[in-house]
Write a protein that binds this ligand. Structure first.
Ligand SMILES: C[S@@+](CC[C@H](N)C(=O)[O-])C[C@H]1O[C@@H](n2cnc3c(N)ncnc32)[C@H](O)[C@@H]1O
Length: 248
């Protein structure tokens, strides 16, 4: 298993506290002593080495966007579809999944994972090809959520949708041109929300496979929302319907 790097305070703290295999942590010499203390404590519990290094070394590893902390961790494990159903069952909830149809931007994926964690999503499905995977930038943007949300890589999204439908999950595509308003969605059913590529949107075949498509109404001049913003709105709409006031 090869090492990956994760960068930034929260992602490294999450990695250390989540039981993930962290091989080494580099902290910059200038780092806040309280943060260093916290990292050393967690690293000790995890049996991980912490090394103080000049900031320039971290700059060279991570293009300068590291907040004084970089860790080497074992590569991210991708789950499988069954893991997602098991997770839903363990929580006693109807499945709540996201399908990302060839998303490319790591910031979008990181941001989606962060919101997915906040809204009770059981897992994210991405295709093996033509898609961003789990990278250091994704981990940083996800602010630790990457440790908690299983991500599954599948060979073919259309086939996976067929499988989800066989297992009674309703598949909802999202696009600005859809006729149905997303606020009409029954979020309490077993559901998978499909978000499209930043440029092309949802592919034709995937759209055809969806049970419905919904739109987020917009009244401005720009034709679409950012993929992660659109995803967040959908997730919160479903979360809102699944979590009556007073129970969140
Ligand atoms: C930047 S948009 C893609 C725009 C693309 N030109 C299109 O025609 O779909 C990326 C994804 O965000 C979601 N999205 C963006 N705006 C939306 C809206 N108003 N309603 C529903 N989904 C939206 C869709 O999943 C879309 O595929």
């Amino acid at each position: 298993m090869s090492d990956e790097i994760i960068i930034g305070k929260n992602p490294v703290l999450e990695a250390l506290s989540s039981g993930r295999s962290v091989n080494k942590v580099f902290v910059a010499e200038h780092l806040n002593p309280n943060t260093v203390k916290k990292i050393k404590q967690l690293a000790k519990e995890a049996g991980t080495i912490v090394q103080h290094v000049p900031k320039a070394k971290l700059d060279s590893i991570s293009n300068g966007n590291h907040q004084g902390i970089v860790a080497y961790v074992a590569s991210y494990d991708y789950g499988n579809l069954e893991d997602l159903f098991v997770r839903a069952e363990q929580r006693g909830e109807d499945p709540f999944f996201i399908i990302l149809d060839e998303l490319e931007d790591p910031h979008n994926l990181g941001s989606i994972l962060r919101t997915a964690d906040a809204t009770g999503v059981h897992g994210v499905i991405i295709p093996k090809r033509r898609s961003v995977g789990l990278t250091a930038t994704v981990a940083k943007t996800a602010a630790g959520a990457i440790e908690h949300i299983p991500v599954v890589r599948v060979t073919n999204i259309a086939d996976t949708i067929d499988e989800l439908k066989e297992r009674h999950v309703w598949v909802v595509g999202t696009e600005g041109e859809a006729t149905e308003d997303y606020r009409r969605l029954d979020g309490t059913m077993p559901i998978a929300v499909v978000i499209g590529n930043e440029g092309k949107g949802i592919s034709r075949l995937v759209r055809k496979k969806c049970d419905w498509t919904v739109r987020i109404p917009m009244s401005g001049e720009v034709s679409s929302l950012n993929a992660s913003v659109a995803c967040s709105l959908l997730l919160y709409e479903i979360y809102r319907k699944r979590t009556p006031l007073g129970e969140s």
